[in-house]
Design a protein. Structure first.
Length: 583
């Protein structure tokens, strides 16, 4: 009779299991591509949501939680942290997990008889770490802990002294990120930062081993040899000066400073050493001769350290062979030959006119800066970049410069003589002129319409080497003339230039200027030469292999040279004016 209740209970369980299985199967079928009923993420219900809909709801649910500050407690310090600065929600991955929630095997579901037919399923959000921001945060939190201190070795005379290591603490990063993720999911009000032991990079045992090695190194002198010749020896005191203790992973290496060792032995091998010589170009009439480079021979610091280390280990009877190695020149024969500079292309000379000794000095100085410049194929030449600022510290003297309609004293006067000569070389070589400006005033000792003015921080002279080879620029000068010569390899290029007539004449009139250095509200008139202003156009046609390569027009406009009324500060010129530079 007792068997009947047991059979009844078993029948009930089987029936309930069947009902649960059927209900689960029905839900799985009805929500094949949607979240099942009861699925939630961060409190947001996702029942019936597609992947895209779920991702959007998850983003909206996560936004306030990632933006709400949480208090972080680290070693008694309290910091306010916005979780979203360290973590971000991966809404797509979270949506995928949400759509898979509750879709386990039917057998396992049919046995969950105590669960309701529509269970509540909270899916944890998938959070990603913002690596750079997290690294900065952990560095800050580590600063609140105790830093680990590696063991070190110092020398007290010839005696190695070991300074023991000390363990420190570091943030348990994994635990912190897990706590921050729980805060986003549950909204805990604060996070206590956990620290763990941080071992030093170099232990006391490693430093003790390095000290023992140092005692062996300093046990006596080391004899130095090269090519069988005895050079001298390094005593214990000199070895101590060259010794250093260098961390290598968890070890501490007692070794030698390569640069210091090379400096110590370099005088001993002077008869065998030789300097590397760069390849260079030598001028022979209108041709260029390539002078090959020559490698040098110099102390090999690393190999010498290895030899000295072996000697102090006793492997070679405390005798070290100094190592020399070839030194390659900075400019090799191959690299200089590849530039294809073989003969003269163009040469241009300008007359300095009436020049002061200071102006001649400045012209020579700028020419020296330019002399030997190589412009590789495709490169541009900038006058200001090559010559640099014209300052007294760099050797420039006071000359004159044109400002508006006036000729004024200026440091570096003579710069336009240099730029004009260089411009005409580039012009005659048929190179593309990228930047050039004429003087305000016409100067008769320059070719009409073919002058160039430059200033530091203002106009520049820029041209590009569009040839298939490099260009070498050389300089020759006297107190009366300046010459620049371009060297390369001719490419069948021909330049035809035509200078047009003077036109658009403008009679001299009054010009106006303000001088910041003058007396307040003062007025003075500076007379001019009375020359008219005018414009002129120079046309250039560049041919290569009989074909037109380019047509250029260079328009120069020169202002009339009438009188100029100069006002001091507070003055009010009646018309357009220019400002004199401050001295």
């Amino acid at each position: 009779m007792r068997l009947r209740p047991l059979l009844f209970a078993l029948f009930f369980l089987v029936a309930a299991a069947g009902l649960a299985t059927g209900a689960y199967a029905l839900r799985a079928h009805l929500y094949a591509h949607e979240a099942l009923p009861g699925v939630r993420v961060l409190g947001a219900g996702l029942s019936g949501s597609s992947a895209a809909e779920a991702a959007a709801r998850i983003e909206r649910a996560a936004a306030p939680r990632l933006a709400a500050p949480v208090t972080v407690v680290a070693e008694g310090r309290h910091l306010s942290l916005v979780p979203g600065s360290v973590l971000r929600i991966d809404s797509a991955a979270t949506a995928t997990a949400a759509l898979q929630a509750g879709r386990g095997s039917l057998a396992s579901r049919s046995l969950s008889l105590l669960s309701p037919l529509v269970p509540s399923r909270d899916v944890a959000p998938v959070l990603r770490v913002r690596t750079k921001a997290a690294g900065a945060l952990f560095a800050k939190l580590d600063g609140y802990g105790r830093p680990a201190s590696s063991a070190t070795v110092t020398l007290d005379g010839l005696v190695p002294v070991v300074h023991p290591a000390r363990a420190g603490t570091r943030v348990d990063q994994r635990a912190f990120l897990a706590a921050l993720a729980r805060h986003v999911a549950t909204g805990h009000s604060s996070i206590l930062v956990r620290y763990r032991r941080a071992d030093p990079a170099v232990s006391t045992d490693a430093a003790t081993a390095a000290a023992a090695r140092a005692r062996t190194i300093l046990a006596g002198p080391v004899e130095l040899r090269y090519a069988g010749a005895v050079l001298g020896s390094l005593g214990a005191g000199r070895l101590a000066q060259l010794l250093r203790f260098e961390p290598r992973g968890s070890a501490l290496d007692a070794t030698f400073d390569p640069a210091a060792l090379a400096a110590a032995v370099r005088p001993l091998v002077r008869p065998w050493r030789r300097h590397a010589v760069d390849a260079r170009l030598a001028l022979d009439g209108k041709r260029v001769r390539l002078v090959p480079a020559r490698p040098g021979l110099e102390v090999d610091p690393e190999a010498s350290v290895s030899a000295l280390a072996a000697a102090t280990y006793g492997e070679t009877g405390r005798v070290a062979d100094v190592a020399l190695a070839p030194v390659q020149p900075k400019v090799t024969t191959r690299s200089l030959r590849a530039l294809g500079i073989t003969r003269q292309l163009v040469s241009f000379t300008t007359d300095m006119g009436a020049s002061s000794a200071n102006r001649v000095h400045n012209v020579h100085l700028m020419a020296d800066f330019i002399d030997g410049t190589i412009v590789k194929p495709g490169e541009t030449f900038s006058f200001n970049k090559v010559v640099g600022p014209r300052t007294p510290e760099r050797g420039f003297l006071e000359g004159q410069m044109i400002v508006g309609s006036l000729v004024l004293p200026s440091i570096g006067g003579g710069v336009c003589q240099t730029a004009t000569t260089l411009f005409n070389d580039a012009f005659e070589a048929g190179l593309p002129i990228l930047e050039r400006r004429n003087h305000n005033l016409y100067l008769s000792h320059y070719p009409l319409g073919r002058d160039a003015t430059v200033s530091w921080g203002g106009p520049d002279l820029v041209f590009r080497n569009d040839l298939r080879h490099g260009i070498l620029i050389t300089t020759t000068y006297t107190d009366r003339t300046l010459t620049f010569t371009f060297w390369g390899t001719p490419q069948g290029r021909r330049v035809v230039a035509e200078t047009g007539p003077k036109e658009r004449f403008k009679p001299p009139g009054m010009s106006y200027a303000i001088d910041p250095a003058a007396r307040s509200r003062s007025v003075r008139v500076v007379s001019g030469s009375g020359a008219q202003g005018f414009s002129v156009t120079v046309k250039r046609s560049v041919y290569q292999d009989g074909k037109v390569l380019r047509h250029d027009s260079f328009v120069s406009t020169y202002i009339p040279q009438g009188p100029t009324t100069v006002y001091g500060p507070g003055g009010h010129p009646p018309g357009p004016y220019f400002v004199l530079p401050k001295v």
